[in-house]
Design a protein around this ligand. Structure first.
Ligand code: GN1
Ligand code: MG
Length: 350
């Protein structure tokens, strides 16, 4: 750690690293000074997943330059360069990068108030809006087919053939539920052609938004998966992670509920920035977004369980099985919620 900090121009005597955050992929530390003040965020990139860290750096530089040129007031958290002027420190074949810790900012891990959901959705909407004139095709593809639900479904089918036979047997109920909901993958395959390709964040969980001391959103962070994509990815992942008071880690599925006020906050926050820019087709699919992302995450967790946890890892034997079951329960609650909203709409129009 000392050597890595040194490469970023920091003395190991004056700074201390502490594990930080709850991401599943990269490893993150908070770097504090002697007084205990947070100064930097250090990250080791998971190269099993991100095969080309230099592509991530390319994208961040492209966006940074674009925003500095066109929207200089936007708070963009640029990486700290090393003493040799590089974006990474390479150590034992691993890539480390560092960001300044923005003073008077904080992140949150759980969405407790609709206002937080609104602010976050506004920030993700604003990010895509500010970059709407940047050709998304210029961005490198850091994770090919990341939100390609058609492919995720195919990978699930392959896992059913080649995965761990015992786990397949014990997962038969979840497998059946994934299959029963295949229409979500079919709908995606049909409608994706009609969507506008946009600069999309692809990881809109609440801890990827910086808030100021008055709980106003400042900007979005964690740009590793910023690529060309569709608005349903960003809106959908907000629904997946903000609507329910408990996360994908929760084992007691009776706690999985949909909070209507948070649903409205996400839609209102996103539309406050993107409303004028979205096409009719995109607007019509806002309500599809949550189902799309929750279903895809359920597939990804279950596929990984069947493949012996090779992607997400597992802290206990059934970890990804529980996560998949959690996401299926969330999908069911959202489907009930969407149905009841539709019947309310019908009643309203009568
Ligand atoms: C991963 O590492 P983290 O938590 O930012 C994953 C997301 C999933 C999420 C589920 C690159 O994100 O797609 O939604 O876990 N990122 C990657 O918690 O696979
Ligand atoms: Mg992430």
């Amino acid at each position: 750690m000392k050597e890595i900090l040194f490469q970023f121009g920091l003395s190991g005597e004056d700074f201390q690293a502490m594990p930080f955050g709850s991401g599943l992929i990269n490893t993150t530390w908070k770097i504090t000074d002697k007084q205990g003040n947070a100064k930097y965020i250090l990250q080791k990139i998971n190269q099993q997943i991100f095969k080309q860290p230099v592509d991530i750096a390319f994208n961040i530089r492209l966006i940074d330059n674009y925003l500095k040129d066109h929207f200089p007031d936007y708070l963009f958290v640029s990486p700290v360069v090393t003493i040799t002027g590089d974006e990474f420190v390479k150590n034992d074949d691993s890539y480390y990068r560092m960001f300044p810790f923005i003073t008077n900012s904080h992140t949150i891990d759980v969405v407790e108030k609709p206002q937080q959901a609104y602010e976050a959705a506004r920030q993700f909407g604003k990010f895509t809006k500010l970059l709407s004139a940047l050709d998304a095709a210029q961005l490198k593809i850091t994770l090919p087919d990341f939100h390609n639900l058609t492919l995720r479904y195919q990978q699930f089918e392959i896992a059913l053939e080649r995965g761990n036979p015992e786990r397949i047997m014990r997962s038969k109920d979840l497998i059946a539920m994934i299959k029963q909901n295949k229409r979500i993958a079919d709908e995606y395959e049909i409608c994706k052609e009609k969507f506008t390709v946009r600069v999309t964040h692809h990881d809109t969980k609440i801890s990827n938004v910086l808030f100021d001391d008055a709980d106003q959103g400042l900007c979005v962070i964690d740009l590793d998966t910023v690529m060309h994509g569709y608005s349903i990815s960003d809106v959908g992942d907000m629904m997946r992670t903000y609507l329910c008071p408990v996360s994908e880690e929760e084992k007691d599925f009776s706690k999985i509920i949909i909070r209507a006020a948070f649903y409205e906050a996400i839609v209102a926050g996103y539309l406050s920035e993107m409303g004028a820019g979205l096409t009719e087709v995109e607007k019509q699919h806002i309500h599809f977004a949550g189902e799309f992302m929750i279903y895809m995450q359920a597939i990804r967790f279950l596929t990984d369980h069947l493949n012996n946890d090779s992607y997400y890892g597992a802290k206990y034997e059934e970890h990804n099985f529980v996560r998949a079951g959690n996401q299926i329960a969330l999908l069911q609650r959202l489907q009930e919620f969407n149905k009841s909203c539709q019947s309310e709409l019908v009643e309203d129009s009568l």
